[in-house]
Design a protein around this ligand. Structure first.
Ligand SMILES: [Zn+2]
Length: 261
C-alpha cells in the first residue's frame, strides 16, 4: 500500500482528499459493522473520514509507525458516532496517540484503613478532556472480531470526548434543552441502576452476568461509553437488553437534536 497519508500530510493540504478505493474497501472488510451500514451512511462516512484525517494528527508511541491502514481504521470508527452530528464535536483536540498494545498506567488508591495501594492498570485507551485520545492498536485491530460481544475501544474513547464537550464526563452529552436533559437523565439512570444491580447479583451471588460489558457498572460515564460501543457495533443484540436506550441514542445520534457546545 502506498503511503498515501504521508503524502497528503506532507502537502499540508487542508482540503480533504478521497480515500483510495482499495484502502477504503479493505477497512470495510476488516470491520464488518461498518460494511453493514447503508450505502448512504458509508458514503457519508468516507467523506467524514477524509476530513478527519486532514484535521487530526496521529503519533505512534514506542516506535510504532502509524500506517495508512491504521489511521483510516481509527478514523472510520471514530467518525461513526458523529456521522450525523459532524466533526465539530471533535474540534477541541487534534492529537491521536497510538500505542502498539495496552498501556500500563500507575494508579494509587487509599483503602478504608488508610493504607495506600500502588498498582498498574492495563489501559486499552484513554481520552483526556481537551486533550488527545490514546489507543492500543492491538485492541483497535481486534474490533472486527469483538463486535459480536459489543466491544469497540475507539468508539468508547470518542464517546468520552462527546460526553466531555460540556465539561465533566458524567454520561450526559450536551443537549439542547432542559427537557431533553431530564429525559436523557431519567432513561440513563434507570438503565444504569438496573445494570449495576445485575452486575452485582452476578458477582456476589453467581447470577446470570449481563451481556453488556460489566465495566459499564463502574460509573455513569463508563456506562454511556460501554452502551454506545454496543449500540454502534451490535445494535440488534444491544436493543434486546436496552430498547429504551436505542430510542434515546437514535434521537441523539441521528437527528439534529444534538447541539455541539
Ligand atoms: Zn472509559
Amino acid at each position: 500500500m502506498l503511503n498515501w497519508l504521508q503524502t497528503l500530510w506532507g502537502r499540508r493540504s487542508t482540503r480533504p482528499e478521497t480515500i483510495p478505493e482499495a484502502l477504503w474497501l479493505a477497512t470495510l472488510r476488516q470491520y464488518p459493522f461498518l460494511a453493514r451500514r447503508s450505502v448512504a451512511d458509508r458514503s457519508q462516512l468516507r467523506g467524514l473520514v477524509s476530513q478527519f484525517l486532514t484535521e487530526k494528527e496521529f503519533t505512534g508511541a514506542h516506535d510504532l509507525s502509524v500506517t495508512d491502514e491504521m489511521a483510516v481504521a481509527i478514523a472510520a470508527q471514530a467518525c461513526l458516532p458523529v456521522l450525523h452530528l459532524g466533526l465539530r464535536w471533535y474540534d477541541d483536540f487534534t492529537g491521536i496517540v497510538v500505542h502498539p498494545g495496552a498501556m500500563l498506567a500507575r494508579r494509587e488508591t487509599t483503602d478504608h484503613a488508610g493504607v495506600v495501594h500502588h498498582y498498574k492498570e492495563a489501559l486499552l485507551g484513554e481520552a483526556m478532556h481537551g486533550g488527545p485520545v490514546t489507543l492500543s492498536w492491538q485492541d483497535v485491530a481486534a474490533a472486527g472480531d469483538l463486535a459480536e460481544q459489543g466491544h469497540n475501544v475507539v468508539i468508547h474513547e470518542f464517546i468520552h470526548k462527546i460526553d466531555m464537550r460540556d465539561g465533566a464526563a458524567d454520561g450526559c452529552p450536551p443537549l439542547p434543552s432542559r427537557a431533553a436533559h431530564a429525559a436523557w437523565h431519567d432513561a440513563m439512570q434507570a438503565a444504569y441502576d438496573a445494570f449495576c444491580e445485575q452486575v452485582a447479583m452476578a458477582e456476589r451471588f453467581g447470577g446470570q452476568p449481563p451481556w453488556l460489558d460489566a465495566y459499564g457498572a463502574t460509573a455513569p460515564a463508563e456506562f454511556f461509553a460501554v452502551a454506545c460501543e454496543a449500540y454502534f457495533v451490535n445494535r440488534d443484540r444491544f436493543t434486546q437488553d436496552f430498547a429504551t436506550l436505542t430510542t434515546l441514542f437514535d434521537r441523539f445520534f441521528k437527528t439534529n437534536e444534538a447541539i455541539a457546545q
